[in-house]
Design a protein around this ligand. Structure first.
Ligand code: NAD
Ligand code: MLT
Length: 310
């Protein structure tokens, strides 16, 4: 019998998978970092989403921990190096929220283009400002996709459905694959130069932190639109702010921020910025999928079976 701590909210369906096992499941989604450090030693498995930061100091106190499960894709809230050093396996649920994140990205692109959040807010404030909210069409515009993995690929197909041209950059993309998908293959510089909209879908890593920088903005078209439904930190927020204020960037749609939750973020004070509070994977379907997938993988590991998503 193992002790499993669920430290972030996961769907009931995922919890049911754990509860149906012989193990002791503790759900405590309100732990402070100190409380997590103080209690972690008693657990064999830890399940998180993105709120809980599984730092080196948590891992150093986790003397019985065998596995950390991430109900979602990004594992940037987990110190992987420390986990590996301590022989703790980290598993995620990479497939369950792809569709939701891609749909959210397309919703953001459309809302940004037609200024729907701004017009909605004005109307809710009893202001009929029809001429103020003239938008642009996406048809025949070029969408630059940086990171053509699971979500980037789904976004590319959906954008083609909106009759956009798509150019993508990914170190693993080949010209053959791009041709097969009916999109243009490009370098990072090509994407920056040719796109009317740029959407990022890479993981957050050393190599991708601030890859959309002041220098990258300089290479973009005037009036470009920027979308980030991947991870805060891929875009340098100060550089984005300056590019918006100068008019280089016409608008930005942001689902993720470098610091979440934030305190009075300057980007959110700009009218050209539309935003959601990290909702890319917040659908009933995605949360059910990732919670079930990760719970099954945690149980697999605890019972000595192979895990699917190490
Ligand atoms: P994925 O691993 O399938 O795709 C990531 C792609 O980025 C890969 O193809 C990889 O080759 C590419 N890549 C890596 N380094 C790159 C670089 N320097 N330049 C260009 N491409 C690079 O991941 P995914 O499932 O598509 O997720 C993408 C991102 O979306 C992740 O950051 C994930 O955490 C995030 N995400 C956010 C939400 C949300 O709620 N907003 C939901 C799901 C996923
Ligand atoms: C992810 O990486 O899967 C996303 O951030 C979704 C989430 O956990 O909310």
């Amino acid at each position: 019998m193992f002790h499993i701590l669920v430290a972030d909210p996961i769907s009931d369906e995922g919890l049911d998978v754990l509860l149906a096992s012989e193990n002791v499941v503790t759900k405590d989604t309100e732990l402070t970092p100190d409380e997590l450090e103080n209690r972690i030693a008693q657990f064999d498995a830890l399940l998180v989403r993105s709120q809980t930061k599984v730092t080196r100091s948590v891992i150093e106190k986790a003397e019985n921990l065998k596995i950390i499960g991430r109900a979602g894709v990004g594992v940037d809230n987990i110190d992987l190096e420390a986990a590996t050093e301590h022989g703790i396996i980290v598993v995620n649920a990479p497939n369950g929220n792809t569709n939701s994140a891609a749909e959210h990205t397309m919703a953001m692109i459309m809302a940004l283009s037609r200024k729907i959040p701004q017009a909605h807010l004005a109307l809710k404030n009893q202001k009929w400002e029809r001429s103020k909210y003239v938008g642009v069409e996406v048809k025949n515009k070029t969408l630059g996709v940086v990171g053509l993995g699971r979500i980037g690929t789904e976004v590319a197909y959906r954008a083609k459905g909106q009759r956009m041209n798509v150019i993508a950059y990914d170190p693993f993309l080949t010209e053959e694959k791009a041709e097969k998908m009916g999109i243009q293959y490009g370098t990072f510089a090509d994407v920056l130069k040719e796109a009317d909209y740029i959407t990022v879908h890479t993981p957050l890593m050393k190599e991708t932190r601030h890859m959309i920088s002041t220098d990258a903005f300089r290479q973009m078209k005037d009036g470009v639109y920027i979308v980030n439904c991947a991870r805060g930190g891929i875009i340098d927020e100060d550089a984005l702010y300056d590019a918006l204020v100068s008019g280089k960037v016409a608008g930005a749609a942001i689902d993720v921020l470098e610091e979440e939750p934030f305190q009075d973020h300057k980007l959110l004070n700009l009218p050209e910025v539309i935003a959601t509070p990290h909702l890319g994977a917040s659908t009933v379907e995605a949360q059910e999928n990732v919670a079930i997938d990760v719970s099954q993988d945690v149980l697999n590991h605890l019972t000595g079976d192979l895990v699917k998503n190490p």
